[in-house]
Design a protein around this ligand. Structure first.
Ligand SMILES: NC(=O)c1ccc[n+]([C@@H]2O[C@H](COP(=O)([O-])OP(=O)(O)OC[C@H]3O[C@@H](n4cnc5c(N)ncnc54)[C@H](OP(=O)(O)O)[C@@H]3O)[C@@H](O)[C@H]2O)c1
Length: 346
């Protein structure tokens, strides 16, 4: 099959026009270097991070203009002369921080994000270093697999990156976004208990179907952290908190956590203004750990666990096409989604 010389892609041009800074254009199909793979992308998905880049709210390094999107999955079409890991036809998912291979992230790893510093996945063809992709779990389709890059791996890193989750422990997940739903699924597969929060009775039912042991409505119960603590065996508190609300939720997360428990500070959906609780990790004897996605090694371990446990990511019922990417951004910004937003790439 001969390759076209150009392709459709979405490029972030600036940070001062909101989603109008995201522009659809025709771009070149990139050339494969000797250590690279050329991937025909068939699936992508969105993260809150993708939305706040054109809105100028993203706190991590950027190098604009850049092809948008970190999450992608597809098929290897060609490999460079020195590539040993992959062959034509292999099915792969992208690694978020391309230079974060294993262990702790360093400055190089933190400045190698797809769709931020390096060209991302909202396009038909991408070239990645052979270590910048991982085999997709055999039980997943391309759109499902694409959701693993950011939200999936971040949850996995939260539960296994510092203090590995054990069966019988308790995990607190906040809301029904992509990161929290992955954490719920991983925790249940690991034999842990899950306490989930949400703002709606309808979503509470879905959380229970996904295996949540307890669901608390955080709008009705303002002291939900204390409630979560009381729901743990002996009232000692939760072992892991998946903290995605930031300013809105940290106070309650601190109330919920057990001595020596871990609060994984992942997001700031409810704002990022600092609160005057600097000594609380001391008085509550807990760890608050900032997380920036995860490594290739963790992505491989997570994919193995997903395949072994036949876990399917929760993807919103409305799946978009590449042409409709901007509509997908608007849909997510309007908070109409449940779980991950999928984009099919024709
Ligand atoms: N550090 C990292 O490496 C990393 C990686 C991935 C994501 N993140 C961040 O993690 C956060 C979550 O990402 P996501 O993709 O899961 O987002 P998402 O899919 O947009 O999550 C939306 C859901 O979060 C819940 N929520 C929103 N505001 C809340 C609040 N103030 N308090 C409690 N829950 C709230 C709501 O659940 P209900 O509708 O059920 O109430 C909402 O439906 C974002 O801030 C994102 O930027 C960080």
């Amino acid at each position: 099959m001969s390759l076209p010389s150009t392709q459709q892609q979405w490029v972030i041009k600036g940070q001062d026009k909101g989603f109008d800074g995201l522009v659809r254009e025709e771009g070149p199909v990139p050339q494969v270097g000797e250590n690279d793979v050329l991937v025909r992308l068939y699936g992508a998905s969105l993260n809150y991070r993708d939305l706040i880049i054109p809105k100028g709210m993203y706190p991590f390094p950027l190098d604009l203009p850049v092809v948008a999107g970190s999450d992608g999955a597809g098929e290897v079409l060609a490999v460079g002369s020195k590539v040993t890991k992959w062959k034509k036809g292999d099915k792969v998912v992208t690694l978020f921080n391309q230079a974060h291979q294993a262990g702790a992230i360093d400055a190089r790893g933190a400045t190698s994000g797809l769709g931020g510093v390096l060209d991302g996945t909202l396009r038909q063809y991408g070239v990645f270093n052979e270590d910048g992709v991982v085999r997709i779990p055999a039980n997943l389709n391309y759109v499902e697999a694409a959701t693993l890059t950011c939200a999936g791996l971040t949850s996995w890193n939260a539960l296994y990156g510092l203090k590995a989750l054990k069966p019988g422990e308790t995990v607190l997940v906040q809301g029904t976004g992509g990161v929290s739903l992955f954490a719920l699924q991983f925790a249940k597969a690991a034999g842990a208990r899950v306490i989930a929060t949400t703002s709606s009775a309808e979503k509470a039912e879905v959380l229970k179907k996904l295996g949540a042991d307890h669901v608390i409505n955080y709008r009705e119960d303002k002291n939900w952290g204390e409630t979560a603590r009381k729901l743990t065996p002996g009232g000692v508190g939760v072992d892991h908190v998946i903290e995605v609300g930031g300013e809105d939720t940290m106070e309650q997360s601190l109330k919920a956590v057990k001595y020596e428990g871990v609060i994984s500070l992942i997001g700031f959906l409810g704002g990022a203004k600092p609160k005057d609780n600097i000594l609380e990790p001391l008085s509550r004897i807990c760890t608050i750990r900032g997380i920036y996605v995860g490594s290739r090694q963790q992505l491989e371990e997570m994919c193995a666990a997903i395949e072994a446990n036949d876990i399917h990511p929760v993807v919103d019922q409305k799946v978009f096409t590449l042409d409709q990417a901007k509509e997908a951004y608007e849909y997510m910004w309007a908070k109409k989604h449940f779980g991950k937003i999928g984009i099919k790439i024709e």
